[in-house]
Design a protein around this ligand. Structure first.
Ligand SMILES: [Zn+2]
Length: 321
């Protein structure tokens, strides 16, 4: 790491890449698309076709609450496209970016954190997320002083645990940071905008590809199921639920998603009881009844398809590994 830094010293650009290194992303091709979903609440997404891990829209979705009290922001995308994100935000508001909250630790949501902190934002996240971030190996290149700055600035300044939601009152909105017990990762947060009736739910739900539970970063199958139940309880009938990837949903959309997880879980459990190996379970293609309804479900993710990754995770969780 030190050597890489020294070799690259003097290069103007500074970037960080973490353990979930996103491969083959064409950052130059990514455009930021802005959608206004309430009078002062905007969702920013990367354009499609540039990020092999997220073919439908590059990186994770960003939320921007704008107004005279300054900007409150959810997630920060890849660090390589911070300039484009800032340009998109500046089309919405010229106010300072005051607060940034992360839904979870993955690089497509937190990569740009340090850049926004450098601009003056205060970064909030779960204590578990900060620990996950500290544990992660980071490769740094570029000017050494700037790289050191980035390493320091990327860690959340303010953290919270599993207690009552942290509340922000600004721009006529009440924002709740709702902690979620170990689900997609060990440090997930849902962000609810009470007046807009919108909840950004992060990645424990997705409608592009099969569920991804990052057990290496504290995620659990049981927690993901609990998070889905919690979401259905917190959301009203008209609440718009905004996942980190994919399309906006309502709470009723969670039912078939949860049932699919439970269906696959039951099948895998039965095969484990029959003494089947992971290879047997993967070969049995237990997601087949759902494949037609899960866009991107058979696309590559990790070492196999998104379906294989999901089934492998269910298997290892049930085996208690
Ligand atoms: Zn994620």
């Amino acid at each position: 790491m030190r050597r890489a830094s020294l070799v690259a010293a003097g290069v103007a650009a500074v970037w960080l890449s973490a353990w979930v290194q996103a491969q083959g992303i064409d950052y130059a091709k990514i455009e930021i698309l802005t959608e206004k979903i309430a009078p002062n609440l905007y969702m920013l997404s990367g354009s499609g076709g540039a990020d092999p891990g997220h073919q439908d829209a590059a990186g994770g979705r960003i939320g921007v609450l704008a107004g005279p009290d300054g900007i409150f922001m959810v997630d920060a995308q890849y660090s390589q496209i911070t300039d484009k994100v800032v340009a998109a935000i500046r089309k919405i508001s010229a106010e300072p970016i005051r607060f940034l909250v992360n839904t979870h630790v993955h690089i497509d949501h937190t990569g740009g954190d340090a850049n926004f902190v450098k601009m003056g934002a205060v970064l909030f996240a779960r204590e578990e997320l900060r620990e996950e971030m500290e544990r992660a190996p980071v490769a740094v290149s570029g000017n050494l002083d700037a790289a050191r700055d980035m390493l320091r600035l990327r860690l959340p300044a303010i953290t919270y645990g599993m207690g009552d939601p942290v509340k922000f009152r600004m721009n006529g909105e009440v924002v709740d940071l709702i902690p979620v017990r170990a689900a997609h990762t060990g440090g997930d947060t849902m962000i609810r905008f009470e007046n807009a009736d919108v909840i950004m739910i992060g990645d424990f739900y997705r409608n592009y590809g099969y569920p991804f539970i990052d057990t290496n970063n504290g995620g659990t199958l049981k927690g993901a199921l609990d998070a889905l139940e919690l979401t259905m309880k917190v959301a009203g009938p008209n609440t718009r639920l905004v996942p980190g990837h994919g399309t906006v949903i309502n709470r009723t959309d969670i039912v078939p998603y949860r049932d699919m997880i439970l269906g696959v879980e039951a099948k895998v459990r039965q095969m484990i009881v029959e003494g089947k190996s992971l290879q047997d379970v993967l070969a049995a293609k237990v997601t087949a009844p759902y494949d037609a309804k899960v866009p991107g479900g058979l696309l590559p993710a990790g070492t196999g398809t998104s379906a294989d990754r999901f089934v492998g995770m269910v298997y290892s969780q049930l085996k208690g590994k």
